[in-house]
Design a protein around this ligand. Sequence first.
Ligand code: ADE
Ligand code: ZN
Length: 334
Amino acid sequence: GPLHDLLVDLPKVEHHMHLEGSLEPNLLLELAKRNNIELPKDDDAFSSVESLLARYSRFTSLDDFLHYYFIGMTTLITESDFESLAYAYFQKAHSQRVVHAEVFFDPQAHTNRNVPYDTVLSGFKKAQARAKTDFGMTSELIVCLLRHIPPKDCHQAYLQALPDLQSGKISGLGLSSTEKGNHPSLFKESYDDAKKHGIKLTAHAGEEADVSYMASAVDDLGCTRIDHGIKLPQDPELLARFARDKILVTMCPLSNVELRCVKSISELPIRQYIDARVPFSINSDDPAYFGGYIQENYCAVQKAFNLTVEEWANIVTNSITLSWCNEERKDEML
Ligand code: ADE
Ligand code: ZN
């Protein structure tokens, strides 16, 4: 379309991507070999890059994807594995004009298989420093609690990350993994403590589950940002509140289609959010698994909604002003 070049040139901010979700099939298989990790022998998907990609194109749900996501990341062992993973993402994001990225990681998925927390964090911190030096790209880490794991265990993982949340090595707390049945309110102990420390809060909500999960993330957990958040039209009062309080919804269009949360991008409430002034950004979620990075998500939204230049300018402005970087950095980007 006529806006394609503008969407390519636009400086972008990404708020919702999981570093472990940027593990491309070729790197996954290479790391498995190098680290002697046995991948499931009874699943042909792991036999080649092509068969992995073929399987990734047929996800039936969030849990169907998470099965592959958690197996894939078992190939990450050393600090340099984590650094390579994150640096490859920053490089790709830079090639799509991402100037600032706020990225999730799942320490429990690594500590649970005896990879030390410090190995994961130091690998990611090294990649962030290189991306700053090499590309001028700024980034912030957001630590996710895995909600399929009992809240008590998640709280221990939170406490392990707390010193780094307080020092600013990690910029915020998030909540990910299987949504249905794992209600936000179950994680109130961790979020209350984080709020007490002034830590920035977000949670995945309203992806597969209904809008009550979004209300709980805001009311029970104190989140100022919601990840996915595609169910707001189910609750017009809550929708008005998101607009009034400028609660950012970090949308992931290709992810929602790939995980069958919607049949097509045109079903997403993007027009409603623009009309009601609900701030949102457009993001890639798990780009190695869903067939596209941020640029492909921008283009898919444009194809479905044919937004105006002014509407895109507004999306990007909101993405900058509602970022979790400092005000000086926002001024540079605006
Ligand atoms: N972890 C990685 N991607 C996720 C998603 N789309 N929803 C919940 N948890 C995730
Ligand atoms: Zn996500």
